[in-house]
Design a protein around this ligand. Sequence first.
Ligand SMILES: Cc1cc2nc3c(=O)[nH]c(=O)nc-3n(C[C@H](O)[C@H](O)[C@H](O)COP(=O)(O)O)c2cc1C
Length: 194
Amino acid sequence: MKKEEKQKKQVLVVLGSPRKRGNSATLAERIARGAQTAGALVELVFLSDLSIAPCRSCYACQKKGAKGCAIQDDMQLLYPKLISAHAWVLASPVYWFNMSAQMKMFMDRLFAFPAYDKKAFTGKRIAIAMTYGDVDPFASGCVNALRCFQDAFSYTGSEIVGMIYGSALKAGDIEKNQDLLKEAEKLGRKLISK
Ligand SMILES: Cc1cc2nc3c(=O)[nH]c(=O)nc-3n(C[C@H](O)[C@H](O)[C@H](O)COP(=O)(O)O)c2cc1C
């Protein structure tokens, strides 16, 4: 990384849909654009490109002196990126009234995160982006998923700076909601304002 890039705030965008040009990715990319125009350095990671196993509940990461997660897979590439990022953008479609399985596995594996750096969660600035097919955020299960993120990051002492969510079924449908996309860009700027 060049010196001037090192000085920029880093934003890690974690995408939880297998559709790379899908609605949740579009929303997240607009948050990223907002952060980038405000001076951040942005990196995008598609969870579907990575090999991430579910948590095995071995509790190795919770033992005294633990150095990290016992599972040696691509999550090991993400932990250092998550630590060095000033802020995260987590994006997921609603699948069966909750976040996608890819995103849930990522969340479960954050159980080991403090073993890498005790304070890594503290004050981490987080934006959430979600899309769903139903017209109603409650009936779709989106609110259910948002509540999961809220509870998890309240528990970890992180800060959810904003949540952007909207109805869109087919890939690209979210483009019809330009007001929401503008809100997403605004959230990106807010994400790195502190
Ligand atoms: C397996 C699967 C399950 C889904 N479950 C729901 C659901 O419970 N509620 C809902 O409103 N939409 C549901 N949808 C629709 C998606 O949430 C919607 O198309 C979303 O915009 C997809 O985001 P993406 O384009 O980023 O993949 C489901 C779609 C799939 C493929």
